[in-house]
Design a protein around this ligand. Structure first.
Ligand SMILES: [Zn+2]
Length: 117
């Protein structure tokens, strides 16, 4: 669940960063750009800042999205694996004809002698 929250946070942060970068590239002047230049050096051109924000935001959003997907898909995969392992172990350990117990990977049943292949 920590991974999912972190992924969601990155996704939102990346999306916001992309939007801000896009706005800087399109308009240039704005309340948000003036606010940002208070923290960043004025020597840095706004176009570069906008491009960096767009690119970085896009990458962050993709990473966050992938984190969300992996966090959500992992438990499902684990359940499927357990079910598949349970089925194979049951069918391998029982004779198809008499239901007697079999040794692992045995071709013939020790009780009725019939082939399991
Ligand atoms: Zn048998």
């Amino acid at each position: 669940m920590v991974r999912l929250a972190f992924g969601g946070f990155l996704l939102i942060l990346g999306f916001v960063g992309y939007q801000v970068g896009f706005q800087i590239c399109m308009s240039g002047e704005g309340v948000l750009t003036k606010f940002l230049t208070l923290f960043l050096s004025p020597a840095l051109p706004l176009e570069v800042l906008g491009l960096v924000l767009q690119f970085g935001g896009g990458v962050l959003a993709i990473i966050g999205f992938l984190l969300c997907i992996t966090a959500l898909s992992k438990p499902i995969v684990r359940v499927e694996r357990v079910e598949a392992a349970g089925e194979t172990s049951i069918s391998k350990l029982q004779c198809k004809f008499c239901g007697g117990r079999l040794e692992e990977d045995s071709v013939f049943c020790p009780l009725c002698g019939k082939s399991q292949v």
